[in-house]
Design a binder for this molecule. Structure first.
Ligand SMILES: Cc1cc2nc3c(=O)[nH]c(=O)nc-3n(C[C@H](O)[C@H](O)[C@H](O)COP(=O)(O)OP(=O)(O)OC[C@H]3O[C@@H](n4cnc5c(N)ncnc54)[C@H](O)[C@@H]3O)c2cc1C
Length: 402
């Protein structure tokens, strides 16, 4: 990837070339109505520190808001038909979803009611969510300890693991082949016009000043830092999330759904007798952008005891790999923040995806490309995610945040 941009002006500058930036770039490149020039600036061209490469790579239909269900439904359709979406390009592999489902476990009536209400939303949107009593859970998945469980919720249609890294790679590759320019550089500053309502240029770390028609903030956990360059506050923080892949001495005799324990610890099937587990500290502050250090005490004192209590067969396991990653966590209402700023109108957000941005990338990239091309969302109305709700203090709450 080159460091230098070829031009001094672009119709769109995308700050961040991971999954959200690349999805938008690809949907723009795929739209014959869009003829603009696009520059994607990526500070970490090996994608070592971004959320996209630290992900669990799963999708679910189990959200509490209908819009989030619809967004994941498009993800499922896109993944299952990726080659046809990508112009029947024979180099693009066919993909599928490994439908082990997400199993939400409630240990109190309050959360059970949330699961019941959410199931109604999901069924109305066409998802196949089933509620299960503890006895039904035990019959279907005998390895769980359900002594403290009052209700479970699972859906095994279009819910489970998918290959997010292949989708990401092909979006980047096709977008670049169609003329989107990716550079290895960093946006470090922005200038506005005298009225303060338009971004006129971005400044790169290497010193070049690039004038631009629009700017897209696709900078993941660094969203607030990028917005600050435009004099804008956005309530997105980097929050640390740990992952562990382990091998069980005695693997389970059937697929393990992505199980969300009432404690928040989650674990899923990873194939070949291995499992992937995720968790975080009870104290969950914003961390430094470059702080990915592991805290081994969390596994020993918090995660593993919970795991071995929920699935006693996981008493005997061996960790194979572990890493720390960052959620871009929207502290206002846990939902995406997207679309234009209400005053600086050529500054567009695509931020705050917590632990569900990978599956949202097809719909959010498509929607952002429509907004940039037509000035409106056409396939799915994504306006409830607009920035102005924060200014108006009107949260759009998503209760199913892992
Ligand atoms: C542990 C973990 C598990 C997850 N599991 C799932 C899951 O199962 N399912 C799911 O749907 N989602 C999951 N997610 C969430 C998902 O991975 C993210 O929401 C998604 O990858 C966000 O993509 P992004 O492009 O917005 O951000 P990122 O991937 O973080 O990319 C932002 C990019 O912007 C670049 N950048 C930042 N600032 C600048 C700048 N000034 N100049 C140039 N470049 C810049 C960065 O280098 C980075 O590459 C998980 C996340 C984590 C951390």
């Amino acid at each position: 990837m080159s460091q230098q941009p070829k031009q001094s002006h672009y119709d769109l500058v995308i700050v961040g070339g991971a999954i959200m930036g690349s999805s938008t770039a690809w949907f723009l490149s795929d739209n014959p109505d869009f003829n603009g020039s696009v520059l994607v600036v990526e500070r970490d061209p090996n994608y070592e520190a971004c959320s996209t490469t630290h992900t669990n790579s799963c999708m679910r239909q189990q959200f509490s808001s209908e819009l989030n269900v619809r967004i994941s439904q498009f993800a499922a359709d896109f993944v299952k038909n990726i080659r046809s979406y990508m112009g029947n390009d024979e180099r693009v592999p066919e993909l599928s979803i490994r439908n082990f489902g997400y199993m939400y476990l409630a240990d109190n009536e309050g959360f059970a009611d949330v699961l019941r209400e959410s199931q109604q939303v999901q069924l109305a949107a066409g998802a196949a969510t089933q509620l299960m009593t503890p006895e039904q859970i035990k019959a279907a998945y005998p390895f769980y300890n359900v002594d403290d469980i009052v209700l479970g919720s699972i859906n095994t249609v279009d819910e489970g693991y998918w290959d997010g890294s292949t989708v990401f790679e092909w979006w980047r590759r096709q977008a670049a082949e169609r003329g989107v320019e990716y550079i290895a550089n960093e946006v470090v500053a922005m200038t506005k016009n005298a009225a303060g309502n338009t971004i006129e240029s971005v400044t790169l770390k290497s010193g070049e000043v690039i004038s631009c028609g629009q700017v897209l903030n696709a900078s993941g956990p660094r969203a607030a830092r990028t917005a600050k360059m435009a004099g804008i506050d956005v309530p997105v923080e980097p929050r640390k999330r740990y992952s562990w892949v382990f091998k069980a001495e005695q693997p389970l005799d059937r697929d393990l759904p992505l199980t969300i324990d009432p404690s928040g610890v989650h674990v899923r099937e990873n194939g070949g007798g291995t499992y992937q587990c995720g968790g975080h500290s009870d104290i969950d502050p914003a961390v430094a952008y470059d702080d990915f250090a592991m805290d081994h005490a969390i596994w020993d004192n918090h995660v593993w005891p919970i795991l071995a209590t929920r699935i006693p067969q996981f008493e005997a396991i061996k960790i194979q790999s572990e890493w720390g990653g960052h959620y871009a966590y929207n502290v206002f209402d846990h939902n995406a923040i997207m679309g234009p700023h209400h005053e600086v109108e050529n500054f567009i957000f695509l931020n705050g995806f917590s632990g569900h941005g990978l599956q949202q990338s097809p719909a959010m990239g498509r929607g952002t490309a429509e907004l940039i091309t037509y000035g409106e969302y056409r396939s799915l109305d994504l306006t409830p995610f607009n920035y102005e709700r924060i200014v108006r203090n009107e949260p759009f709450i998503e209760k199913a945040v892992i």
